[in-house]
Design a protein. Structure first.
Length: 373
């Protein structure tokens, strides 16, 4: 630990508490915001170790993904800070622990499993709508808050849509063996969205069964089972749940069920799933009620709004290639420019937010904030 961490206060803003967990490259601590007293989780990553093993891009990717994942079923990243030797992820603190702990005690009742699965699909759907594929979905990466809401975490192995090769597929083999789709193991390229859905199918099976669908002490034998989609549902699965899982664990990605069809199936809709609204939707509704559009942005939000968000200073490296950017200037008054933007927004079906300091055009779909076109 650095001197600030040893004395229990980080950057004069956060009081560090007990160690919550640790991995090969990071430790996660409970922390308290000294300004408002709120609980947080702070993930501390050692720069030297990350750079030494060549995982710098992975850490950068996790920051880039998390800064745009604002969804009630995804762990929120509040701030990123750095010292000479460490990077600090200041994140939402999720009190209920891992979903894995519940599964390890045995199978869940179908309505309980469905509730967690509905929230998982809502989060994954949101990620895919932003062109992000998690690629390591498993119960250990699904946390529960104090009221039982599910939160997806650990985007270290995620990929963006711009990581696709010319064939439109991803080619990096990653993830946890028991949850990995057969096409990922095959190394011929895969669709990130369909691979995530396979993992969701394994998770749903584990929630309902209390054990994994593909198990074998010999990993090669387990991979053979995964390739063939060789699993059996236990007798207590309802016919509808059995049918859905079979469609999700289809070893052929081209015929595997889609998220849209999952959400439309009778088993998924049985308990009247109520999607949690994103913070953006909640803020928008509150502002409409007040009759005004206001939004407060901290420094991290302002930086993250920039398309040229540069993480390299966190690693104290010089930029090798300067990114080419276009900027426009005009002699017209601001009011004229804003009026023109409002006209464009109406014709393109965008919503517009404005204050004294900014104007934002935004394309909104129900529950999914897509990329601005």
């Amino acid at each position: 630990m650095g001197s600030e961490e040893k004395c229990g206060v980080l950057h004069g803003k956060y009081e560090l508490g007990k160690l919550l967990g640790h991995g090969t490259f990071a430790k996660v601590y409970h922390a308290r915001n000294l300004k408002n007293g709120k609980s947080l989780a702070i993930k501390i990553v050692g720069k030297e170790k990350v750079i030494r093993v060549g995982m710098m891009e992975q850490v950068k990717r996790e920051i880039s993904v998390m800064k745009m994942m604002k969804h009630p079923n995804i762990v929120e990243l509040h701030e990123v800070m750095a010292s000479k030797s460490k990077i600090y992820f200041v994140m939402e603190f999720v009190r209920g622990g891992e979903l894995f702990a519940k599964i390890s005690k045995g199978k869940l009742r179908e309505e309980v499993a469905r509730n967690y699965f509905q929230q998982l699909i809502s989060a994954v759907d949101f990620c895919h709508s932003r062109g992000v594929y998690h690629r390591d979905l498993k119960p250990e990466n699904l946390l529960l808050d104090e009221v039982g809401n599910l939160k997806v975490t650990d985007f270290g192995l995620s990929a963006f849509s711009d990581h696709l090769r010319k064939d439109g597929l991803l080619h990096t083999t990653c993830g946890t063996p028991a949850y990995v789709a057969p096409e990922v193991i095959g190394k011929k390229g895969y669709d990130g969205a369909k691979a995530d859905l396979w993992s969701c199918g394994v998770i749903l099976f584990a929630l309902l069964a209390g054990y994994l669908p593909f198990q074998d002490d010999n990993i090669v034998a387990m991979y053979r089972k995964i390739y063939r989609g060789d699993f059996k549902c236990p007798p207590w699965f309802s016919p509808e749940a059995r049918k859905l899982i079979t469609k999700m664990l289809d070893p052929n990605p081209t015929t595997r069920i889609t998220i849209a069809k999952i959400m439309d199936c009778s088993w998924f809709k049985k308990s009247n799933f109520r999607r949690l609204r994103t913070k953006e939707e909640q803020e928008h509704e509150a502002n409409v009620e007040k009759g005004k559009e206001t939004e407060t942005l901290n420094a991290f939000h302002i930086i993250s709004l920039s398309e040229g968000f540069d993480l390299s200073p966190l690693f104290e490296e010089k930029k090798k290639v300067e990114k080419e950017e276009l900027r426009f200037a005009t002699a017209r008054p601001a009011s004229s420019v804003i009026s023109k933007l409002e006209e464009v927004a109406k014709t393109k079906n965008f919503s517009i937010k404005k204050s004294d300091s900014f104007v934002r055009l935004q394309g909104l779909e129900c529950g999914r904030k897509g990329k601005l076109e």
